[in-house]
Ligand binder design. Structure first.
Ligand SMILES: NC(=O)c1ccc[n+]([C@@H]2O[C@H](COP(=O)([O-])OP(=O)(O)OC[C@H]3O[C@@H](n4cnc5c(N)ncnc54)[C@H](OP(=O)(O)O)[C@@H]3O)[C@@H](O)[C@H]2O)c1
Length: 433
């Protein structure tokens, strides 16, 4: 038998991280979890996980979590575990490499770890879709062919279906969306929606941000950008369709008219297990569909009037450059504000639309948009003082589709775009207060 695959798990205390550890736990001959990283909000759980897998290194983003973590590790007899702490701790860990790095950190915070894992030459099981959204060209440039394996169920489904044809035979990708908890409602019925209602997803149990993003359909917008980046298809060759049962995880249409779908009950264990064992399948990792019972699947177009987030993301993706980073950065701030009760549900996507428009208008004007009045334009240290200073670094846009030259995107430009978008979103939230 071959040696177990040595796996680094980033975001181990989250929804994906916990499920990944559960998939690997009964398969010790196949996987060896060497190290873990998390934010630092759940040190008890993190110490339990470290003890269970026998981790040699544990990283936490919050420096204040290091001491309590060390105490809990010591209480479990794990005094010799190395503890890394600080905002770059997960990236440092990823940069040390492993056979595989699972990046299940949530949000923009996962980008540096993605780049570090790729630079170290590890296979990257990527749940952190935000990496590909905000820094797509950067991430692709850093990756060798086949180095990134998708964990998102939709992209896993597409990767599976793509195995049955050649790239030049693919005509269209069809991304399925559950529609979220507010499917069928119109805009007027969404104004009073509460965070508790938005967090009650009908088919998936996930982390807070991705659950809210599923309710606004921003998640599907991010996945659209992820799919275009990962699979290299133009945006107009990717269709999003609502499929409330979440059994068909996505599809590939080939040029002879055949459509291949991957179907299984909604359970992330399957795409997580496939990514961890890629390109092989793990036996009995998830329940299959039941075919001895009457069942019905339905598909319907997205209501883009009530849920404009998918088309907003399409616009950001087609614009390229830092536009996706602007969309994502603003969204992270607006989601937090919604969960804190500072803004309403509709303010999330309405705010995104305004900020994206401001970015796109500023980009084409002779003097690029600076930072809005009333908000400091002093960027965090080490970054340019004004966003305008970063515009020359943005790629030249020369039309839709992935063929355009996007390679000029720099990490500095992505950081500036994210920073600017967060400022814009914070100003909008303040304006609502
Ligand atoms: N959940 C799903 O079913 C699902 C499906 C498809 C894709 N995804 C994607 O997978 C990613 C993770 O989602 P999730 O639902 O698992 O999120 P989650 O439950 O919120 O977990 C996030 C994890 O990231 C850790 N973390 C946060 N900031 C960090 C930082 N700066 N450095 C290191 N670790 C950090 C958290 O640690 P603490 O516990 O200490 O805060 C936690 O372990 C997201 O990109 C999401 O879109 C999720």
């Amino acid at each position: 038998m071959s040696d177990p695959r040595r796996v680094v798990v980033l975001g181990s205390t989250g929804s994906i991280g916990r499920q990944a550890l559960a998939v690997m736990a009964p398969r010790l001959g196949r996987f060896q979890v060497t190290s873990l990283a998390a934010g630092g909000g759940q040190v008890e759980l993190l110490a339990d996980q470290a003890a269970a897998v026998g981790a040699s290194t544990v990283a936490v983003a919050d420096p204040a979590a290091a001491e309590p973590l060390e105490a809990r590790l010591a209480a479990r007899g794990m005094n010799r575990v190395e503890v890394l702490a600080g905002p770059q701790a997960a990236a440092e860990l990823a940069g040390r490499g492993g056979d595989m790095v699972l990046n299940a950190i949530t949000g923009y915070a996962g980008l540096d770890a993605t780049l570090a894992a790729l630079a170290a030459g590890s296979l990257l099981a990527l749940a952190n879709k935000e990496s590909l959204v905000v820094g797509g060209p950067l991430v692709l440039r850093a990756a060798r062919p086949g180095q990134i394996v998708p964990v998102d169920s939709e992209h896993s489904a597409i990767a599976q279906a793509l195995r049955s044809g050649r790239a030049d035979e693919v005509r269209r990708l069809i991304l399925t969306a559950s529609g979220g908890p507010f499917l069928g409602r119109d805009r007027s019925q969404l104004a009073q929606v509460t965070p508790q209602q938005a967090l009650a997803h009908p088919t998936w149990r996930m982390g807070r941000v991705v659950t809210i993003n599923s309710a606004t359909l921003v998640n599907k917008g991010l996945e659209l950008i992820e799919a275009a980046t990962l699979f290299g298809l133009p945006y107009d060759a990717i269709t999003v369709v609502v499929h409330p049962q979440s059994v068909v995880h996505s599809m590939v249409e080939f040029h002879d008219g055949a459509t291949l779908a991957q179907a299984s009950p909604p359970d992330m264990s399957l795409p997580i297990g496939l990514a961890l064992a890629w390109p092989e399948r793990l036996a009995d990792v998830a329940r299959p569909c039941r075919w001895d019972r009457a069942t019905a699947w339905s598909f319907q177009p997205v209501d883009n009037v009530t849920f404009p987030a998918v088309e907003l993301a399409r616009r950001a993706g087609q614009a390229g450059g830092i536009a996706p980073a602007v969309l994502n950065g603003a969204n992270e701030v607006l989601v937090d504000a919604f969960c804190a009760g500072s803004i309403g549900f509709l303010d999330i996507v309405d705010g995104l639309a305004q900020i994206l428009e401001r970015h796109l208008a500023g980009r084409t004007a002779s003097a690029p948009a600076g930072v809005s009045a009333g908000v400091s334009d002093k960027a965090p240290s080490g970054r340019p003082g004004r966003l305008a200073a970063c515009y020359p670094d943005s790629p030249v846009e020369s039309g839709p589709g992935p063929q355009r030259p996007r390679d000029g995107l720099t990490l500095e430009a992505v950081r500036a775009g994210d920073w600017w978008a967060r400022r814009q979103a914070a100003a909008q939230v303040a304006g609502k207060g």
